[in-house]
Design a binder for this molecule. Sequence first.
Ligand SMILES: *Cc1c(COP(=O)(O)O)cnc(C)c1O
Length: 425
Amino acid sequence: MNIETHLDTSLEYAQLMDVNDPLKDYRNQFYIPQHDGRDVYYFCGNSLGLQPKSVRDYIDVELDDWKNLGVEGHFEGKNAWFYYHHHFSEKLAKIVGAKPEEVVVMNTLTTNLHLMMISFYRPEGKRTKIMLEGGAFPSDYYAIETQLKLHGYDWKEHMIELIPREGEHTMRTEDIIAKIQEHGDELALVMLGGVNYYTGQLFDLEAITKIGHSVGAKVGFDLAHAAGNIKLKLHDWGPDFAVWCSYKYLNSGPGGPGSAFVHERHSANPDLQRLAGWWGYDEEKRFLMKKGFVPMKGAAAWQLSNAQVMAMAPYLASVDIFNEVGMDALCEKRDSLTAYLEYLLDQSPNGYKLLTPRSKKDRGAQLSILIKKDAKKLNELLYKNGVTADYREPDVIRVAPVPLYNSYEDVFHFVRLLDECYTNL
Ligand SMILES: *Cc1c(COP(=O)(O)O)cnc(C)c1O
């Protein structure tokens, strides 16, 4: 069924779309939070993904091995803990379009962003500045500010922000390219969010990487809102690094571990500056406990500590679901579900405005709705009516229909309740 040609505002239509949805059964693999004895209409998978029902089994495996094997679990466990990060390599590489050696699960997002900037923000001579998108996530701002300070720079002078044109909410690719060219010889690093957390805009990561490299800068991405949401081709697009968290679209649970991508071209360079720990040391010789750091090949060289197995187990559970579904099928449903949400919002007499780009190539699952009334109150009212959405200062409600577990009927009821609550405000 082709949604673009048959869109319709009836409940029957949503139900029919659900019946015909090839991914419909995956909803049953997740726990849906409850409100007044029934499933919440959950649209916050971009903030905290829902719990896969399989998570408990994945954790139980590790609890049992710990109970029965103690320290031997490092080598004798079902998922030998010594190699625990290896269990992700192939699977995670598929989700972000990388080679297995280019990805690693470790630490948390902001920690990894710092580790990557230690290696790939190497100011020299006139080339000292970092470009980011205006309205980036605060942690990214703080990380960049303090990296600049670490090198002794006035951070306000060395941070270049991309700002939309007057009257527009999102950046045009042509403007990003022009700005990179304009600042070409003073740019040390271009570091953007893949999908901006506030507007939901997906940047043209391939074009930005190409132009960034052509002016001689390094390029890195914060994929917190892109990993598990966008079909990425990190290896082919070729940024120097990327980082992401796993608790948003990737459903690893609150505070779940971060991940990093380092392009193959850097994988065997022992001369890169880095902050190292023993888990980044050549695995074969790690237990010789020698002085003098010898990095592993690939992204694993940036590991500091041994794997946080209990925190990583839920991530593994979720990654297995992603691999079963595949990013192609997931993105197909994502586009259809988000287009349906957009259509219903457009049909509403309340005249909602969107911050998010209208073209599916410029966004993922999330739509950010600009609310002309009191958005905070509206979100509270929605919550009382069994809808979990996300209010952001000062006037935005973010909604992410997640293809793994949201249904067309969820979207239908969301817009129905949004309209009701908006009218009653
Ligand atoms: C969610 C998010 C973070 C959160 O960082 P943590 O280190 O995981 O707490 C950082 N940056 C962006 C862009 C985010 O969306």
